[in-house]
Design a protein around this ligand. Structure first.
Ligand code: ZN
Ligand code: ZN
Length: 355
């Protein structure tokens, strides 16, 4: 079944048609990357309506729906398709559409536009379960990120700035074929490492200190996500001890990741170890999130989440301990849930790397 067919199945009985305008959802349904366009899905037919800039490429690659060139009066074009297919209700994407755009669509007469959660949720639910071809891309992105880190580690040394580390990782990923970076690379050192999402600046790596790097590559739209905290020089006993706790917590999370577990239970598997070691307050973020066409997707592994993990989900396992004024440690892998448990998509070990 195509993605559009699966969307139809989720919307059956809820709306006569669906209008998808979100760039990522549109790309997910059609394979076509563009900064504008509409996917209009009826039970018997689906259309990609896209403007002149993209039309040639769309005709070439889009196989799952009928490609139409966008006309100057797109509202009229959408309205006439809706009339032709006898649609009286149309689902819109509540999670990404602006209020202004929803109002614009409402100018189409004879159709009721639905802005409840139905369409956005259906699309997120579909995107949460990755197909093998999506996993291939995620793995390719991760391979680039790991190679980029390995190259960096050959030259990482005291005296480099955070910014230099970030630029080096970015350059390596681009050089190795990343079409984009998953997000702005985080590279922090010394006391900065206690800020989970700190921004790299001109701080210099001191001897015998941590460098925390959180980064990822994008391949054909799909993201990777990894964090490693490495030591430049020799770690103190305390640095080793805290690293060991975070690693033990991550190993527990990796061992717990399997179909049927809730986001809350997965989070707890790792969090309990950090709490029992006396650092519960120093782990102030959730354990993990889904990764795919966006860097943050469903499912989420957090104390409040009851969603059940299923085969095909991709989720990060990223516990951390952050000690303000001292240092912080986060280790992040990501896994694909499968029938038996999970496959770790991160191949670089989580042992403490010292260079
Ligand atoms: Zn990350
Ligand atoms: Zn992450």
């Amino acid at each position: 079944m195509s993605r559009i067919d699966r969307l139809r199945a989720l919307l059956a009985g809820k709306a006569d048609c669906a209008l998808v305008t979100d760039d990522i959802n549109r790309r997910y349904l059609t394979g076509m990357k563009s900064s504008a366009g509409y996917v209009l899905v009826f039970p018997e037919e689906a259309y990609l309506i896209i403007d002149f800039r993209y039309i040639e490429k769309a005709h070439e690659i889009v196989k799952t729906c009928t490609v139409l060139q966008q006309e100057p009066g797109v509202l009229r074009q959408l309205g006439s398709l809706m009339r032709r297919h006898g649609a009286k209700t149309c689902a819109l994407e509540s999670m990404s559409l602006t209020l202004q755009r929803a109002d614009t669509f409402r100018k189409i007469e004879g159709v009721e536009f639905l802005t409840d959660n139905t369409l956005s949720q259906a699309l997120y639910d579909l995107r949460t379960v990755k197909e093998p071809e999506e996993i291939v891309r995620i793995k390719a992105a991760q391979q680039i990120a790991e190679e980029a880190l390995e190259r960096l580690l050959q030259t990482l040394h005291a005296g480099m700035t955070e910014r230099e580390v970030a630029i080096e990782l970015d350059f390596n990923m681009r050089r190795l074929g990343a079409e984009d970076l998953s997000f702005e690379t985080i590279a922090l050192t010394g006391a900065h490492t206690s800020m989970p999402h700190g921004v790299p600046d001109d701080r210099v790596i001191e001897p015998d200190s941590f460098v925390l790097m959180d980064f990822g590559a994008v391949v054909e739209g799909y993201h990777s996500d990894m964090t490693r905290t490495v030591c430049v020089g020799t770690p103190t006993e305390e640095m080793r001890e805290i690293y060991h706790i975070v690693r033990t917590a991550q190993n527990a999370g990796l061992a717990a990741a399997r179909p049927g577990i809730t986001g809350r239970e997965l989070d707890a598997a790792a969090r309990d170890i950090i709490r029992d070691a006396g650092y519960g307050d120093a782990f102030g973020h959730s354990l993990g999130h889904g990764v795919g066409l966006e860097i943050h997707e469903y499912p989420v592994a957090a104390p409040s989440r009851t969603q059940i993990l299923a085969p095909g989900n991709v989720v990060t396992i990223e516990p951390g301990i952050y000690l303000p004024g001292k240092f912080g440690i986060r280790i992040e892998d990501f896994v694909q849930i499968n029938e038996n448990g999970c496959e770790n998509l991160t191949k670089i070990p989580n042992t403490l790397i010292c260079v």
